[in-house]
Design a protein around this ligand. Structure first.
Ligand code: FES
Length: 158
């Protein structure tokens, strides 16, 4: 049996396909953890693009859904530990918002597991690396974002 991931159409993912992942990192603990991972030369998949945000509380549902609409395959939201947010409750709001968006992703057929949130201290570089590896593996097993194919099809019909 093939272990190649399937697209939402049931067709196998294109040969050599690699998921495109975005990691929204708050500018404090999460970005510091990612930076520490880099300076310690810890290996993590290269198909992850890090985007700074002042705080995970500033990442709105529109930002996440817009990224999925543009074809990103998975998103990691990384913020400070609970109780450690520099804007007090930003990460708690982000957790609620992320949980809600995961429900929406299920409802629209994208799949909740393409979005994950993790809480980190600045010293938790190994946890950052592990979280990145996990979301890449999860999304790889899910196949390409079905919205990407839908966007290409609608662009092709114009
Ligand atoms: Fe890090 Fe708010 S400043 S989550």
């Amino acid at each position: 049996m093939s272990s190649q991931p399937l697209q939402s159409s049931g067709a196998p993912a294109p040969h050599g396909w690699e998921p495109e992942i975005i990691a929204f990192c708050c500018n404090y603990c999460a970005y510091a953890a990612a930076d520490l991972a880099g300076s310690k030369r810890m290996q993590y998949p290269s198909n992850v693009r890090i985007i700074h945000s002042p705080c995970t509380g500033k990442i709105e549902m529109e930002h996440i859904l817009a990224a999925f609409e543009k074809g990103v395959d998975g998103i990691l939201v990384a913020g400070c530990l609970e109780g450690g947010c520099h804007f007090i409750e930003g990460n708690l709001r982000a957790r609620k918002r992320t949980d809600h968006i995961r429900d929406v992703l299920d409802q629209i057929g994208v799949g909740r597991d393409r979005l994950k949130m993790v809480n980190l201290s600045a010293a938790m570089a190994p946890t950052f690396v592990q979280s990145v590896k996990e979301i890449v593996e999860t999304v790889r097993s899910m196949g390409p974002n079905p919205l990407k194919a839908a966007t290409k099809e609608s662009a092709g019909s114009l």
